[in-house]
Write a new protein. Structure first.
Length: 171
């Protein structure tokens, strides 16, 4: 089933309950390909994705953010960024690594929704423990963990959104 973008965005929600059903490998690969296609400043692509799917890897992630709802997810994608691999704005030295990673993360979330999966941004985790659990290189810092799986339930009503006049200025 194909959705237009607005409907896809409306369908996406932060899933905090997952069924025990495993996520098919072709769907995992689809999500990763969607993330790979995310835009980045000067096309630097300063990201790295760790797929934690085995029981051992999942337990390592769970030690970094120990919540009951998160333990239900059959897999996690951990998104890392590297400042030294990103475009840096000359004016003020701002690295766009985290911004680029965030774009890729939302590509993952929307792709998950498109194939019937749920996801949730998790940014509150033990950074040092996560880096120790998945040592991919000192230059990489974790930006977010995405628990991914088939949602056990869906919201009965959408999360409230601010009115357009609260978030938009036109000149």
């Amino acid at each position: 089933m194909q959705m237009d973008f607005l409907n896809l965005a409306k369908e996406r929600f932060s899933a905090r309950a997952f069924s025990a059903q495993a996520v098919e490998e072709d769907k995992v690969n689809y999500l990763l390909e969607c993330a790979q296609r995310a835009p980045s400043a000067c096309n630097k692509q300063p990201w790295h994705f760790v797929v934690a799917q085995t029981e051992e890897a999942r337990q390592k992630v769970q030690l970094c953010y120990n919540r009951e709802w998160m333990r239900q997810a059959p897999l996690y994608i951990i998104i890392y960024a590297a400042n030294d691999k990103a475009w840096v704005r000359e004016e003020d030295g701002k690295s766009h690594a985290d911004i680029d990673a965030a774009i890729a993360i939302e590509h993952l979330c929307l792709a998950a929704t498109a194939v019937g999966l749920g996801s949730c941004w998790v940014c509150n985790f033990d950074v040092a423990a996560l880096q120790a659990a998945f040592p991919i290189g000192q230059e990489w810092h974790p930006v977010a963990i995405l628990p991914i799986g088939y949602p056990a339930s869906t919201p009965t009503k959408p999360s409230p959104r601010k009115e357009m006049d609260e978030i938009v200025s036109r000149f």
